[in-house]
Design a protein around this ligand. Structure first.
Ligand SMILES: *Cc1c(COP(=O)(O)O)cnc(C)c1O
Length: 343
């Protein structure tokens, strides 16, 4: 976890006094929600997840820092440690009665739509929202936020427009609200490339996991790797087929290793026929790259559910050897793959 902590430090260094929300939604981008969160808790200010279920999982496992649910959906399983997002007036009333029933003073963050058009209250509804809020005595607004629809590097004009709209919202709400509020909008890319967007808190996923989503290099470190084993090695004669479907024919004598990692573990849609959909899939989830003794090895034929067969003619691979697997997207990794956290 040292590299994750270092990445958090790098982001904190550029973002000054802004609070750091560690976005651990989607099972911590595939790395495993609870263990990951436990390890970084001392280094961050808040957690961000996408639903109440994930939030409760964190709280039930001893997480004590505030947990934000970033999507505007919540039900009566919310509890005091959870900060829901609200973007509809009717949800304000509903949250108020949940908190009244449960007997605690709830807080929430208001999400504003500044152009992404996924979630968020429209700007012209803010006045009414604030009026209704005044009649809700069991909840308080703690912050206001929005989310970028693109990166500063790719769509500078659009991103600046979202920023300007949010600055307008910030003034509008601050004028009519005496308590201090937490305003936030920056994800990793915005935080790194667009300093004006950092405001009171940055919401960081990609950069923490070591993924480069910004155009500026702040020295992010890779944070994980995947290991499998060589299960067996065999000699294959020139002209023989390897694997399912007779899709690979050896054009020379070769040594082939069976590796304990397959399609079900996240190797990709290798058994589908060639198609545009498959190409799109692999653009999103590139096939992992395999290394034995530090040298790249090439998969041969179709990956099966649990195994890959790879060409190891160029190295002296033995059963039991470690295979290091480099993936560009951890989200596609099967949950049952054991995750080990190196402190
Ligand atoms: C996922 C998400 C983030 C984190 O984005 P990264 O690009 O991974 O840093 C921030 N805010 C919201 C609302 C998100 O859904």
């Amino acid at each position: 976890m040292q590299s994750v902590i270092q990445n958090i430090r790098n982001v904190r260094q550029i973002s000054g006094d802004a609070m750091f929300m560690a976005v651990v939604k989607s099972n911590a981008y595939g790395l495993g929600l609870v263990e990951f969160a436990r390890n970084i808790e001392p280094s961050i200010d808040r957690f961000g997840v996408s639903n109440v279920e994930e939030a409760n999982k964190l709280l039930q496992n001893g997480i004590t820092k505030p947990v934000h649910v970033l999507a505007p959906y919540f039900d009566d399983t919310v509890s005091e440690g959870i900060i829901p997002t609200i973007d509809r007036i009717e949800d304000l009333r509903r949250y108020d009665s949940i908190c009244e029933l449960k007997g605690y003073h709830g807080r929430f963050h208001l999400k504003i739509n500044t152009g992404m058009n996924r979630f968020g209250l429209e700007i012209d509804q803010i006045d009414e929202f604030m009026r209704v809020l005044q009649n809700c005595s069991h909840i308080a607004m703690e912050g206001v936020f929005t989310h970028f629809g693109s990166t500063y590097a790719k769509h500078r004009k659009f991103t600046r427009k979202q920023w300007m709209r949010f600055m307008f919202v910030k003034d509008l709400i601050t004028m009519n609200h005496s308590d201090p509020l937490i305003f936030h909008m920056a994800n990793s890319a915005a935080c790194i490339d667009f300093p004006e967007s950092r405001l009171d808190m940055v919401r960081i996923g990609n950069a923490m996991y070591g993924f480069q989503s910004a155009s500026t290099d702040i020295g992010l470190l890779p944070t994980y790797h995947i290991k499998a084993n060589v299960m067996s090695v065999r000699f294959v004669s020139k002209g023989d087929f390897i694997g399912y479907g007779c899709t690979f024919k050896a054009n020379r004598n070769m040594w082939a290793a069976v590796i304990s990692f397959g399609g079900y573990d996240g190797f990709g849609l290798s058994r589908q026929p060639k198609s545009i959909l498959r190409d799109i899939y692999h653009r999103l989830f590139p096939k992992p790259k395999l290394f034995i003794h530090g040298q790249p090895v090439t998969p041969l034929g179709n990956a099966s559910m649990t195994y890959i067969i790879a060409d190891v003619s160029h190295l002296n691979a033995k059963p039991g050897d470690t295979v290091v697997i480099k993936v560009d997207s951890i989200l596609s990794l099967k949950e049952t793959i054991e995750r080990k956290y190196v402190i």
